[in-house]
Ligand binder design. Structure first.
Ligand code: FAD
Length: 386
């Protein structure tokens, strides 16, 4: 049986391992961490990614564990709506709405379907030889032979740097981000009816996304220099967003300071020349790290995974890898670019520029859900065969 080694057990690596196993590959997933517990945050899974998950038979389980991004839209810090959307509009257009779940839930579903013994934690890959498919694991004399290596080793991918030495690294996108999962208890003062919303201020964004099970996923970004950290990140969020519309202050009050994650955002502004070399495929953030503005980083990793498994046959991996590379570069490059462009708009602070930006969003919102949704067609209408 042909053997595929997947480097990294993030959402991309796990989806790739399942997709390849479905196609008859023997898979080994090597993860450097001691466990695959993901960061405590939520994830928006868009219709395109749900279709990818359907290919490997987990789409319905994900739908079942998710909250639907119901009524929602874009707001101003004082609470006024700039544009409204509903889950029904998205479902009518794409077959599914955007759904929301915790990263832990998604990783749990994917990992739970892996073939017995496929996942090896505490296994940091030191090097990958694209010509032979030999994979060296740190601390062991062992070299694993693979017919196909899938490098899903994330935004700081060492495999990417080794395959494309000298290629520019991901660059700071001008914003830092915070994420937290907050319990939605009555005593927090947060309304029981929390709308999915993203609120745009001057150089600031705050997102509120209801999850299943009485929790809310909150995220925020701020245009600041890279590397800054606060002694207490929840206090920093209260300083920046504590006077914004309900339920933002109550959600921040209810957040556990220790559970607030902060990361600077980077994106690969110069696309790679290819997503493969020899027997190695790059996938997910290893291939196309992007800003989170379209909520597509993990969704594109899931698309990558099912396309890779479909195009690469165990008999002749090299031919299929070139096809995978070509198709996925064409698909992901405009998405990375568009995400970055939206990210730039979120950094604006100049009051006049911000008023113009907000006016444009309001105008699009007034044209109705059809016009607003049409902008998402290129991203969300994807299907595994398109
Ligand atoms: C604030 C924020 C919000 C986001 N929101 C969304 C969203 O709503 N929807 C969405 O689709 N995307 C979102 N994204 C993007 C998404 O998180 C990423 O695109 C996605 O997690 C990438 O998955 P991956 O599997 O490619 O990489 P990772 O999740 O980074 O996984 C890489 C794995 O490889 C392992 N690894 C690394 N090096 C080695 C090695 N040498 N040997 C073995 N293992 C190794 C790592 O430990 C890790 O487990 C968001 C990102 C951010 C920052």
């Amino acid at each position: 049986m042909a053997h595929a080694v997947v480097v990294g057990a993030g959402i991309g690596g796990l989806t790739a391992a399942l997709a390849l196993a479905h196609k008859g590959w023997e898979v080994t997933v090597l993860e450097r961490a001691a466990s695959i517990e993901p960061v405590g945050a939520g994830l928006a899974v868009a219709p395109n990614a749900l279709r990818a998950l359907d290919v490997i038979g987990v789409g319905d389980e994900v739908r079942k564990l998710s909250a639907i991004q119901g009524r929602g839209g874009i707001r101003l810090p004082d609470g006024r709506w700039l544009a409204r959307t509903t889950a029904e509009d998205a479902a009518a257009r794409y077959g599914d709405p955007i759904v929301l779940l915790t990263r832990a839930a998604l990783v749990g579903i994917l990992a739970g379907r892996l073939p017995q013994g496929a996942l090896r934690v505490n296994s940091r890959v030191e090097s990958v030889d694209p010509a032979t498919g030999r994979v060296a694991v740190r601390g062991t004399a062992e070299t694993i032979e693979a017919d196909l290596v899938v490098a899903a080793d994330g935004i700081r991918s060492r495999t990417r740097s080794a395959l494309f030495p000298g290629h520019p690294e991901p660059v700071y996108a001008g914003v830092t981000s915070w994420r937290a999962i907050v319990p939605l208890a009555g005593e927090t003062g947060a309304s029981e009816t929390v709308f999915a919303s993203e609120t745009w201020g001057r150089g600031l964004i705050f997102g509120v996304m209801p999850l299943a099970g009485g929790q809310v996923y909150c995220y925020a970004t701020a245009a600041v220099p890279p590397g800054l950290r606060a002694a207490d990140e929840r206090d920093e969020l209260l300083r920046l967003f504590g006077r914004w519309h309900d339920p933002i202050p109550a959600l921040l009050d209810a957040a556990d300071p220790a559970a607030v994650l902060r990361h600077d955002i980077h994106s690969l502004d110069t696309p790679l020349p290819a997503f493969h070399a020899g027997r190695v495929a790059l996938l997910g953030d290893a291939a196309h790290p992007m800003t989170p503005n379209l909520g597509q980083g993990a969704c594109q990793a899931m698309e990558d995974a099912v396309v890779l498994a479909d195009r690469v046959s165990p008999g002749d991996p090299a031919a299929g890898l070139a096809v995978y590379s070509r198709e996925r570069l064409a698909r992901t490059t405009p998405i990375v670019r568009r995400s970055r462009s939206i990210g730039r708009l979120t950094r604006w602070r100049n009051p006049l520029a911000v008023a113009l930006r907000d006016g444009a969003m309001r105008a699009v919102g007034r044209l109705g859900p059809d016009v607003a949704s049409r902008q998402g067609d290129r991203v969300f209408a994807w299907s595994p065969r398109s």
